[in-house]
Design a protein. Structure first.
Length: 141
């Protein structure tokens, strides 16, 4: 039996799909990615099993993940939470991360936007490191 259509489309040119997706989500193309990391992404994206797993993850997000989220609404996170998201990303356009996470936690929530889009570690590594050290303090050393 052939793979479902999304998997066949991605598999027809996985490097094109990867670079298109990265460009759409980062706003800066593949520029922020270390060439070695990008080469590894490209290697993995060429594997039909990896394409299948990625598509299954998206399918779950539109189905069973929603059931799991509803079942988990009564539980609250019981430790401090620090949220970071890209100012040019989908999260910043569609959500209010601080208040969204405050509704799911018992202690306070801190956080802020970072320069860039979806890929905070690649697009703003120094900001991410500063935020992590500020939040976790000496426990990271």
């Amino acid at each position: 039996q052939p793979a479902p259509l999304p998997e066949r489309l991605i598999g027809a040119d996985p490097v094109f799909y990867l670079r298109w997706k990265i460009g759409a989500w980062s706003g800066a193309g593949a520029g922020p990615f270390d060439p070695r990391a990008l080469a590894e992404y490209e290697r993995c994206f060429a594997d039909p099993a990896a394409i299948h797993a990625m598509c299954e993850d998206y399918r779950a997000a539109a189905s069973i993940d929603l059931e799991h989220d509803r079942a988990d609404l009564a539980h609250r996170i019981e430790c401090p939470v620090h949220v970071l998201w890209g100012e040019r990303g989908l999260v910043n356009r569609l959500f209010t991360p601080i208040s969204d996470w405050q509704a799911r936690t018992l202690p306070g929530v801190s956080g802020r936007t970072t320069p860039g889009g979806h890929y905070v570690p690649e697009e703003a590594p120094e900001v991410l490191a500063d935020e992590m050290f500020g939040f976790f303090g000496a426990s990271l050393l």
